[in-house]
Design a protein around this ligand. Structure first.
Ligand code: ADP
Length: 361
């Protein structure tokens, strides 16, 4: 789950782009079945429906025409009940099959207006297809022929829908949520890149708790605890500690941190399973990962840095070039993919992506 800020409000992921694509696909199949022998005129209701219409039309394989009308009933996050027709439809609709493509139907005020507009146009048939539908607030006795995804009465944004003008470009659908109270950050990058050093700076500046999974493992190794003995057998070879062991340890550390403004995760997650588990774990706590900050340094510099650190750190895994190379191998095969994982959530902050920076720190 990711939380974004639009104007003054916070929104969390609600319906993923994949789920939306599935719903659009089913709508296209239903409409195709009913209309393939006609040349229907699809009319999108602007602005919100532009993305839905584009995706819908791209998949519709039979002859069709496309047009738009523009109506408006929303201001802020509440339906005002007042509808204005801003751009009308001038085509000759007599005898045509007209299919209205709506992004969302809630109270039905817009829908009522649409029915009024088409009442005296002598169309052959008028059908309504909506991607989202709020059955709990729909108050009209008007037919809706095709419904994509019914949703409860929550304000949503994304995939064409906006909150006071912004948010239409988001690929997923987000819903209103309360302001997250913690600023949780993941520090990401290969061994030796300086995650620990940057964590020290960030924790001072933002009053955060720093959790380094490597440090936690090392303190267990020092104590010769059961976990330490197990972890050592992996760490000394430069291998990752198994997910189940690491996740259990991480959860217990997080559950015992004192109240703070947030947590810096340094060295976690390192696999996709760890990333998914962390998302679920944060969600259970009503929290989220604000961002993954990726630090990059050319790999050839890192090996010499680590060997240098090994001279004083006492870390066996920093003293042997083969072990260091194995850690890089673990990083590039298991951890590097997480960049895409967080990029997909819009929470990746690193080289090549600064877009959302202002919304984060
Ligand atoms: P570095 O980033 O320099 O590799 P760390 O102190 O972060 O050093 O980690 C040291 C070792 O601890 C890793 O090589 C790995 O064996 C183990 N480790 C740390 N975090 C994780 C994790 N999230 N999953 C699995 N193993 C981990």
């Amino acid at each position: 789950m990711s939380i974004i800020k639009l104007h003054d409000k916070y929104f969390k992921t609600y319906i993923t782009a994949e789920k939306i694509a599935e719903a659009v696909h089913i709508l296209v199949e239903q409409v195709s079945k009913d209309c393939k022998n006609d040349t229907p005129l699809f009319i999108g209701v602007l602005n919100g429906s532009f993305m839905f219409v584009a995706d819908f039309i791209r998949q519709y394989k039979y002859n069709c025409e496309v047009s738009f009308v523009k109506l408006a009933s929303y201001q802020g996050t509440n339906s005002t009940g007042k509808i204005k027709q801003l751009v009308g439809n001038n085509e000759n609709l007599e005898g045509r099959t007209v299919i209205i493509l709506e992004d969302i139907i809630d109270t039905g005020n817009t829908l009522e207006e649409i029915y009024k507009i088409f009442k005296d146009k002598n169309v052959k048939q008028l059908k309504i297809a909506t991607l989202f539908f709020k059955p709990d607030v729909f108050k009209k006795e008007l037919p809706i022929d095709y419904i994509g995804i019914p949703i409860p009465d929550k304000f949503i944004v994304g995939y064409g829908l906006d909150y006071n003008g912004i948010g239409r470009n988001l690929a997923d659908i987000y819903q209103l949520t309360s302001k997250p109270t913690m600023k949780n950050i993941l520090l990401f990058g290969p061994p030796g890149v300086g995650k620990g050093t940057q964590a020290d700076r960030l924790k001072e500046k933002y009053n955060l708790i720093h959790i380094s999974t490597g440090d936690v493992f090392r303190s267990h190794i020092k104590k010769e605890s059961e976990l330490g003995i197990l972890a050592k057998s992996f760490i000394d070879k430069g291998n990752l500690v198994p997910d189940d062991v690491t996740i259990k340890m991480l959860k217990s550390v997080v559950n015992n941190v004192p109240d703070s403004s947030g947590i810096i995760f340094d060295g976690f997650p390192r696999t996709e399973i760890q990333a998914k588990t962390l998302d679920e774990f944060m969600e259970e706590k009503g929290e989220t990962i604000g961002g993954m900050i990726a630090i990059e340094v050319p790999t050839n510099l890192l090996v010499s840095r680590l060997l240098e650190r090994g001279k004083t750190s006492g870390r066996l895994d920093d003293q042997d070039e083969n072990k260091i190379l194995n850690r890089f191998n673990e990083y590039f095969t298991k951890t590097a993919v997480l960049k895409e994982y967080y990029r997909a959530q819009n929470t990746y902050y690193g080289p090549g992506n600064t877009v959302l920076k202002q919304q984060f720190l």
